[in-house]
Write a protein that binds this ligand. Structure first.
Ligand SMILES: C[S@@+](CC[C@H](N)C(=O)[O-])C[C@H]1O[C@@H](n2cnc3c(N)ncnc32)[C@H](O)[C@@H]1O
Length: 294
């Protein structure tokens, strides 16, 4: 026989499905697990007497299309559990793939302490994953938005004292990524960014449009304004042989490829796909200024 809680989860699944939530069963289970402070696979262990009205309050919020991660208060990103909420972009699985690419390149880099710049760090997701998974790396994380930066500060502090320690290896910088980190010009081994890239006026789901901060989403008429800025900053920051990785929207693969052309000095510009097989990020090598190549 089903437990009362699992009956409630089944009803909640229907309610979320009717509200247009994309993964209603998973979200109902994750909310129940968070309310009862157990893992998703342990819901059958919750005693019937422990049923909590908070569950239905939170299902109501999710049915109103508040993001699951704002309701539970955290988002998973690679090996991290990050604190998120109003004012910060919820990290996405697509970005884990680009971060994994960067981790692979940093691990094979013949540099004692590779220097990384994460432009537009939001919750600190990319910066902290790199610091956690590549302990030699020194990561400079840049964020312009003070609200988002406050979340990044919480997460950097949270992971500083946890094994594997990231303390002192992620440095947060306030500022516009067009004009920061001048002290690192020509010395950075890897520039990585998941900048805003949605064309102004494009349709987005309510969870995105009403809860992710506008500065994390919109980027000019073709969505490429911030990526063009990241390209210019990467040229300034990278040492010869340094790498850049930039996330973009699925339809932007070709356009972003041409933001990193050989004419500007870039080499080995490559498109990469996400787990759903859609174009998702571009990488390129900075061999030096064009005049230095001959
Ligand atoms: C799409 S979010 C990505 C956040 C995080 N890197 C992630 O992947 O979850 C983009 C972030 O870039 C920040 N941002 C946008 N334009 C910026 C700029 N010119 N300078 C610095 N940060 C910027 C936004 O505030 C936002 O936090």
């Amino acid at each position: 026989m089903m437990s009362l809680l699992l009956d409630e989860v089944a009803l909640a699944t229907l309610r979320l499905a009717e509200a247009g939530v994309e993964s209603p069963r998973a979200d109902a289970e994750l909310i129940a697990a968070s309310v009862h402070n157990v893992g998703r696979g342990e819901l059958h262990t919750v005693p019937d007497s422990a049923f909590d009205a908070r569950f239905w309050a939170e299902i109501g919020r999710r049915a109103a299309r508040e993001p699951l991660q704002h309701i539970t208060g955290h988002a998973h990103f690679r090996y991290l559990e990050l604190e998120v909420g109003p004012g910060v972009f919820v990290p996405r699985p697509e970005t884990e793939v680009m971060t994994g690419w960067a981790i692979g390149r940093l691990r094979e880099m013949d540099v004692a302490e590779p220097v990384v710049a994460d432009l537009g760090t939001g919750s600190g997701a990319i910066a902290l994953a790199l610091a956690q998974e590549v302990p030699r790396a020194r990561v400079h994380a840049v964020e312009a938005d003070p609200l988002a930066r406050a979340w990044a500060e919480r997460n950097v502090t949270r992971y500083a004292g946890r094994v594997p320690y990231t303390a002192g290896r992620v440095v947060l910088h306030a500022g516009d990524f067009a004009d920061v980190l001048h002290e690192l010009d020509g010395t950075v081994d890897l520039v990585i960014s998941n900048p805003p890239y949605i064309p102004v006026g494009a349709y987005v789901e309510p969870e995105v449009g009403e809860y992710d901060p506008p500065a994390a989403l919109w980027s000019g008429p073709d969505g490429l304004d911030a990526i063009r800025t990241v390209e210019r900053t990467a040229r300034r920051l990278l040492r010869p042989g340094g790498l850049v990785a930039v996330e973009h929207g699925a339809p932007q693969g070709t356009a972003v490829y041409w933001v990193f052309p050989e004419e500007s000095g870039w080499r080995n510009t490559r498109n990469h796909k996400d787990l759903a097989g859609r174009d998702r990020f571009v990488t390129a090598v900075w061999p030096g200024r064009p005049e230095e190549l001959t």
